[in-house]
Write a protein that binds this ligand. Structure first.
Ligand SMILES: [Zn+2]
Ligand SMILES: [Zn+2]
Length: 258
């Protein structure tokens, strides 16, 4: 009764969305896939799109909000985000949302306590989230350029961690992206590399941590095996942690958090 479940519906530059639910409440973090695709993926996870009460938005990049307007129109969830992102959504889509989220201020969502926290990324404001119910807790951030002071405490000891592992630095440097894009991705407000992600994982996994999802893997500049191996090496002393690279094409397993 106390626990909850989540399913990464997909993660990558073409879309990001994670569903969380317990017996009473269901919500999404980000809605980067089309309404139709989101509904299809939720169906695969055994979820009714009508059951979604809320969509939490991390930031305004299209891979996180692409389906939000149509999903809201069709299934009427409220869309909650921070003040700067809310202004952006309102100007662009006319989606007024209340209440506005504030970094480091927890709020209640059914039986869940959700706490946004700010990360370094090139949107008007970008947040990660901790999602807790009772003593069970998931921490997630899918777009961040580097590890800012205080960031790790939000993740420390969570039961499950969803963390960006965007690129292999070598592949990115030698790959086909134009120089400006390479610079953006490698920059402090860009995306987290496999090495950065692994270094952070070492500091944040705790006794209770059982599951790590590597998120927002680049199609061009990463491979699931490379990302998993890098994280696996870093966490080699912890055999009881499952490490799963997320896909932008397929949903992940349904993860039960006690
Ligand atoms: Zn982004
Ligand atoms: Zn993104």
């Amino acid at each position: 009764m106390m626990g909850f479940q989540f399913c990464v519906l997909g993660s990558g530059s073409s879309g990001n969305s994670v569903a969380f639910w317990d017996s009473e409440t269901a919500f999404l973090v980000d809605a980067g896939f089309s309404c139709r695709e989101t509904a299809r993926r939720m169906g695969q996870a055994g979820l009714d799109p009508e059951s979604i009460s809320t969509i939490l938005i991390s930031h305004e990049h299209s891979d996180h909000i692409g389906g939000a307007r149509v999903i809201q129109k069709k299934f009427s969830p409220r869309i909650l985000t921070t003040f700067p992102v809310n202004r952006w959504l309102d100007a662009k889509f006319g989606i007024a949302t209340e209440p506005e989220l504030e970094p480091d201020i927890p709020f209640k969502l059914g039986n869940f306590t959700v706490t946004p926290f700010e990360v370094s990324h090139d949107a008007s404001q970008t947040v990660g989230f901790t999602i807790a119910k009772g003593t069970a807790r998931v921490a997630m951030a899918t777009d961040l350029g580097h590890i800012t002071p205080g960031l790790e405490r939000h993740f420390a000891g969570a039961d499950a961690i969803i963390l960006e592992s965007n690129h292999d630095v070598q592949m990115l440097k030698e790959g086909p992206y134009p120089a400006f894009l390479k610079k953006r991705i490698l920059g402090k407000q860009g995306h987290l590399s496999n090495v950065q992600s692994s270094e952070m994982l070492v500091n944040i996994v705790g006794e209770r941590t059982r599951h790590v999802t590597l998120a927002h893997l680049s199609q061009e500049n990463n491979k699931p095996d490379i990302a998993r191996d890098e994280a696996g090496k870093a966490l080699s002393s912890r055999k009881n942690i499952e490490i799963v690279p997320a896909s932008q094409f397929d949903i992940g397993n349904i993860i039960k958090v006690r």
